[in-house]
Ligand binder design. Sequence first.
Ligand SMILES: *Cc1c(COP(=O)(O)O)cnc(C)c1O
Length: 423
Amino acid sequence: MIREKLKNLEETCWRNPNIKDASLAISECPLGMKEVLDAAARWERFAPYFKVAFPETESLGGIIESPFREIPKMKAALEEAHNIKIGGNLWLKMDSHLPVSGSIKARGGVYEVLKTAEEIALREGLITKESDYSIFATDAVKQVLSKYSVAVGSTGNLGLSIGIMSAKLGFRVTVHMSADARKWKKDMLRSKGVEVIEYSADYSEAVRQGRLLAESDPYCHFIDDENSKTLFLGYSVAALRLKEQLREAGIAVDSAHPLNVYLPCGVGGGPGGVAFGLKLVFGNNVRCFFAEPVNACCMILGMSTGLHNKISTEDIGITAKTTADGLAVGRASGFVGKLMEPFMSGCYTLTDERMCRMLTKLADAEDIFLEPSALAGMYGPVLCETDEEFSPFKSQNATHIVWATGGSMVPPEEMKKYYLSGK
Ligand SMILES: *Cc1c(COP(=O)(O)O)cnc(C)c1O
């Protein structure tokens, strides 16, 4: 039934019947707060480096973090468009405006590059974990790292974040780009000395080719978006930071004041890592929803059938083609779906057209410009009010958090096209 709807490219909501009590799910999970805190500590060690290498991070003490902002005018616009009242308040977590690469990939992707650099530097005796990591900005360290390379397969944003970060640290870096990747992303990477290899096939093929080439080179670290726990943990640190931002904003989170968090999903690592961290921090008081384009519905397909990465959109006759290039994935990560099974509240799909219309609406209402992928979460608060499947998540006291995953680096002329297409 749900499979039929997905096959017909209908917008679909799915509530997860396998969700468990958060403490039970956490106790049964192979990853936990210990691993998240270890990742947070690694980010901290690199803070002195970021202050030097990316001066825009200076004001936050070298920490890569994004603004958290209430969007009441957008809430009103959604209410008017759908003729509903949305219970609670609407907030935007603006990973679209993260330093370094302007998308959520500045969490996972950058983190895995840092971890790789740290391991090499420790092994080569250049640092200890107590060193001042601004040493990574020196030519001496860059020279050592230039013996090594990093490779990744990407629909665009992961390549951008890994390419920018790796090149800055001195690594040689190759990005295998799928057909969906935007030209400006390839141009920007090439301008930074990154080798970009283009494929006419989709994301899975770009990853497969990249993995093959990297395997034959012992000095190459391949960042495996479909299987990487390191990427996942890099993303998860967002939850610790959001906890602070909620506290600063005076927002209570308890059983009477739940958080509903809506996360755009591609392969699943980004939303999975963030959601996992949030469940560790807020337990049953946070409800996490993953949002996908109707054409790239790999997570809802994998979760609702229980087949996870054993099924792809192609198997039900859909090509993962979408304007939301950050989400253009036909097969979900090998471990994220399985790991998220007891934690995720639900998934939904929406059309490209709806994402584009909301892009324009958000720009008009709040003067915030995002890329289409980043709007996938914006439909969630509406669905909690209108869709039978999500009715258990309706609440007068909820804080709805839409995770805006990218957009600040989109060139103005590209953004104008997106804006006009949503008019
Ligand atoms: C990558 C990406 C996502 C989703 O992350 P996955 O790890 O692929 O699930 C969402 N939005 C944007 C803009 C992205 O680039």
